[in-house]
Design a protein around this ligand. Sequence first.
Ligand SMILES: [Zn+2]
Length: 321
Amino acid sequence: MVAEDLPTLAPSLPPPPGYACHHSPDPDAALDCFFATCHAAADIPTDGHARLVTAAPSTDQAARDGAAHCRFFPRMTQASQLPALPQRRIPADNTFLIGQSAGGRDILGWRFGQGDKILLLVGGIHGGFEGNTVTLVNELIAHFENTPEDVLPGISIILIPTANPDGLALGRQTEGRFNANGVDLNRNWGCEWSPDAVWRDEQVDPGPHAFSEPETQALAAFIRQLQPSAAVFYHAAAEGVFAGDCEGGHGSDQLAAVIGEAAGYAYGEEFSAYPVTGTAASWIDGQGIPAVDLELSTTRSSEFDRNLRGVLAVEAWLSGR
Ligand SMILES: [Zn+2]
């Protein structure tokens, strides 16, 4: 379909005067609008399935059209790049392969317990830059191997120590946050994915579109198959627990409180140091699954003891749900 053929904004949502949007037939695509100036996102009508939150004016397009060209990105990307949802599948083996990285490295998972309520713990999505989170999840694996009674009846714990093995191989340098394509894997998911992703005050590459990276595809497909009861992603070192939020109300706030209280990390505040887009925890929240980012307090220690307390508290919480 060429640009001239694109319909204007859906008739059920009439645009304000002097304003036109081009809809793509692809529900995951950005919405292109033309204004005198780019409006605040809240002013933009949406087509029902997506809340559009990010505006990025394009000055070259504006120069061509004599108008501001504003792009708005879907709050919740339809996971059309992901395979169709099969029946729920819990790995039978204690150790299993989830997928491979852009650089061809294996992403492995460990399972403990036989219960129907699954707690998913993920380290190292920011690779070697946050390598202490990989250490933490590996220490938790060793703990549950040696202390199987710490997996409560009715619970399974699935641990993925290294969500970003390419970045881990690069060690504690900025490039170690990214995969072999240079993509930040915690900006590549389908909730509020934006091409204008940042880390602190630096631009980072979120990939060409949501779910573009093999690590994200593998982990998202695994999560959709697994249907865990809760998911925790470990980061360093903003010290605190931050609830995933994509429309909210899925228990992520409660999960943050349970793990934050038990492990002694601050919780209850939104992450506000800089805007984050396309994160794993928010996409999982949008799937109806409680999910949090837990930021360790330094990049050196695994903070194992307090985080074991946090995991045990989440197990107890899930047991009562
Ligand atoms: Zn991180």
